[in-house]
Write a protein that binds this ligand. Structure first.
Ligand code: N01
Length: 540
């Protein structure tokens, strides 16, 4: 009997790259419009970020009741979370549940990377090559590759000769790693490092943390989430979701309308204390000028510095863990469970690799300028080529054969973060120049997916085969994104928001800082104005 290959025909209406939150919803949304869609996914399962980041301690810092899809009342009412902040394996279970419930897998080809894509001007279609040697054609190409998926292992000499095991948090093995009785080194103290360090410290014989830049972290105060609490939330789910969509970050934070100088010293400290006790990134919204006024920022930062000094017993270690080089929140704020406290453990050592640089990896461990650390395992929590990295690695060629990566050598150029001039029929979900990683990304994903689906439906209705962004609209948008950042403290910080963590990457603030609510209004207005800033030059 002949078994039918579900991907026998290599021509579809839309190709979606990635099967995480964005790719799955895009597939579902386009299917509802009667389109034939194929999703390519490099992993062997759905989940994207939450598929790859299965390291110990991995957890989202947006609360469970908010970090989920809102498009299906049935799904949001039925799903039950177990904790205030969702663990990676629980999010992955949730995403798998959604994929099963909507029968999405039949249109997803797993273990397959997109290796190249070329726009065909003669047919207004994309030709896409995949790692299995196949070529596919589609009218639309939609990237759902995630903003934090292109992981980076720094170029440290000697890694290939290391005799132990090494891992990157963003490419974590599916089988649990056993750290019991081992000497472990962790490089990096961003959100991933801050989550994994307390977990490894519980197991390892010795843990050496190699820190380049100390980071601000706020306690999560994670706890079980009762059914009663969830039921109460679910009663008002529609209203909460709408408020989140209209908010700056897609998260129901308690945004203060007061400036730091509006209150007395006592009130200010009490407000910081209240927010610290509540936990989470809400801390940086204690006053409305923390991101724009350096003095206000310093006060909020000093409160956290004092907390670090009060938690960490050894004053020298506390001092090394205290961030002094950047304004709080201008590098992504971290949310932790027992991070600072972990440095009171006898088996944990902190090495400041700014003072004594990491020089090489030897077969036995890590060499800094003044010591050799013998290790059985090295964990790289060294982050990502954020926002643009995954897009540039796709090797996409526009209508004149130009490569997206080459077009963006001075920084990404997009209109609304959705399209880039010269690359017709190519949509980015949460692309550079959109609010994306400054928000609850699931809310931003839904907004982008809905916009793209409506745009495609519009094209079908008016019988157009090609959409492209207009150059003046793109120039004005890039300018707007830059201007918004200039009026804040963000550009002064060597953060991945600025591309500063990747040697040679242009220093450009990558996301749109004007807030998700405002951004959504702009996108809606663009539609009302007949897709202002876009052209539909060819008919079907
Ligand atoms: O990556 P990072 P991450 N030698 O880039 C250091 C999201 N996320 O994976 O600051 C030595 O923040 C680097 O040092 P420096 C969240 O948006 C969310 O931790 O560049 N060190 C830094 O300490 C987050 O912001 C969650 O000086 C090197 C660290 O490695 C984003 O993902 C959990 C180095 C990298 O920190 C990325 O977080 C996890 C080198 N050559 C991630 N290169 C939650 O929701 C880099 N470093 C909770």
């Amino acid at each position: 009997m002949k078994t039918e290959n579900k991907f026998e025909k290599n021509a579809v209406d839309a190709i979606v790259i990635g099967a995480g939150f964005a790719g799955l919803y895009m597939l579902h949304r386009l299917r509802l419009q009667g389109m034939r869609v194929r999703v390519f996914e490099a992993g062997d399962g759905v989940g994207g970020t939450w598929y790859w980041n299965c390291y110990p301690g991995a957890r989202c810092d947006v609360e469970s009741m908010q970090y989920s899809y809102s498009f299906s009342e049935e799904i949001q009412q039925a799903w039950i979370w177990s904790e205030r902040y969702p663990r990676q394996d629980e999010i992955l279970k949730y995403i798998n549940h959604v994929a099963d419930h909507l029968d999405l897998r039949r249109d997803i080809q797993f273990n397959t990377r997109v290796t190249q894509g070329e726009f065909q001007s003669t047919s207004n279609t994309w030709n896409v090559q995949t790692s299995d040697g196949q070529t596919h054609t589609a009218r639309f190409l939609i990237t759902a590759t995630g903003c934090l998926s292109a992981s980076r292992v720094p170029d440290v000499p000697g890694l290939n000769d290391f005799k132990g095991q090494w891992f990157h948090t963003g490419q974590w093995p599916k089988k649990p790693v056993d750290f019991k009785g081992k000497r472990v080194g962790v490089i990096g103290t961003g959100s991933s490092g801050i989550q994994i360090i307390p977990m490894i410290a519980k197991e390892a014989k010795e843990l050496v943390v190699f820190q380049r830049t100390p980071n601000f972290s706020i306690p999560a105060w994670n706890r079980p989430l009762s059914i009663a609490e969830q039921d109460a939330w679910k009663l008002n789910y529609a209203e909460y979701r709408q408020r989140a969509r209209n908010s700056r970050s897609g998260i129901l934070y308690d945004y203060s309308t007061r400036a730091t100088s509006d209150v007395s010293n006592e009130e200010r400290e009490a407000e910081y204390e209240r927010r610290w006790a509540k936990g989470g990134a809400n801390y940086t919204h204690a006053f409305n000028d923390i991101f724009t006024n350096r003095e206000s920022n310093d006060l909020a930062a000093e409160f956290v510095r004092n907390k670090i000094r009060s938690i960490v017993k050894d004053p020298a270690v506390a001092d090394r863990l205290t961030p002094k080089d950047h304004a709080i929140g201008t590098k992504r704020i971290c949310v932790d469970s027992d991070y600072y406290k972990t440095f009171n453990n006898e088996n944990v050592k902190l090495v400041d690799i700014r003072a004594t640089p990491l020089e090489a990896i030897s077969p036995q461990g890590i060499q800094t300028s003044d010591a050799n650390y013998e290790l059985d395992c090295i964990v790289f929590a060294t982050g990502y080529d954020a926002v643009t990295g995954a897009l540039e690695r796709l090797n996409l060629k526009g209508e004149k054969g130009q490569n997206l990566k080459d077009e963006w050598t001075s920084g990404p150029r997009t209109y609304l973060g959705l399209m880039s001039v010269g690359f017709p029929n190519l949509f980015f979900i949460t692309g550079p120049g959109s609010p994306s990683i400054l928000t609850n990304v699931v809310v931003s994903i839904e907004q982008h997916v809905d916009w793209i689906a409506r745009c495609i439906q519009h094209m079908n209705a008016i019988q157009k085969s090609k959409i492209q962004a207009q150059a003046p609209a793109q120039e004005a948008w890039v300018q707007r994104v830059n201007d918004l950042a200039k009026n804040t403290l963000f550009p002064a910080s060597a953060s991945w928001y600025m591309g500063a963590n990747v040697p040679g990457k242009p220093r450009v603030f990558l996301p749109f800082l004007g807030g998700l609510g405002t951004y959504t209004e702009i996108c809606e207005q663009v539609i009302s104005d007949g897709y202002r800033g876009f052209d539909f030059p060819s008919s079907l």
